[in-house]
Ligand binder design. Structure first.
Ligand code: PNS
Length: 167
């Protein structure tokens, strides 16, 4: 089949990590066009606003010409229908990710039977990495250089400094 596939990589990206970037690069080699779809995860408390997360993603992907950043609110299945895409990309780090990801993939397919989720495995050096852990390390004064792109490191340090001033 030579159909041109528009793939969507959804997530909260608060903040985007080197693990996310690894998945984005892998996906950009596989699909002609990728949309990174940023949203609010209602189960998480975000440290960066939606616009800030979009801006950071824009900066770290500027060299990837087939990657565009967008955002959505509400159901992912509806967003996909609206933009006429039915391929979702999700990253897998460790086996424990799988249960939640599998449930989400099947639920999205239940909501719209055209949706297929494709799992890409991160580089093994990022298997331990998560945005929540990076935020915690930054808040506790640890070194996050190896975990996030440089511009994210800078912004996260600023945000953490401001938060600790206001507390
Ligand atoms: O990066 P995250 O926080 O793991 O991404 C999870 C996300 C945002 C992709 C998921 O929570 C989501 O799709 N939210 C949109 C609302 C929705 O469609 N929920 C039902 C999912 S089955």
């Amino acid at each position: 089949m030579t159909k041109k596939i528009l793939a969507v990589y959804p997530g909260s990206f608060d903040p985007p990590t080197k693990g996310h970037l690894d998945i984005i690069i892998r996906a950009s080699h596989l699909f002609p066009k990728i949309i990174i779809a940023v949203t609010k995860n209602i189960n998480k408390k975000h440290i960066f606003s939606l616009q800030e997360r979009i801006d950071l993603l824009q900066k770290i992907t500027e060299k990837l010409k087939n990657v565009k950043i967008s955002s959505f609110s509400g159901l992912l299945a509806n967003y996909l229908e609206n933009i006429n895409s039915f391929v979702l990309i999700r990253g897998l780090r460790v086996l424990s990710d799988f249960e939640y990801e599998f449930q989400m993939a099947l639920m999205n397919r239940k909501l719209n039977k055209k949706i297929e989720t494709i799992f890409l495995m991160t580089d093994q050096s990022y298997t331990f990495l998560s945005s929540s852990m990076v935020k915690e390390i930054a808040m506790l004064g640890g070194n996050i250089k190896n975990f996030v792109p440089e511009c994210v490191e800078k912004e996260l340090k600023k945000r953490v400094a401001n938060l600790s001033k206001s507390n």
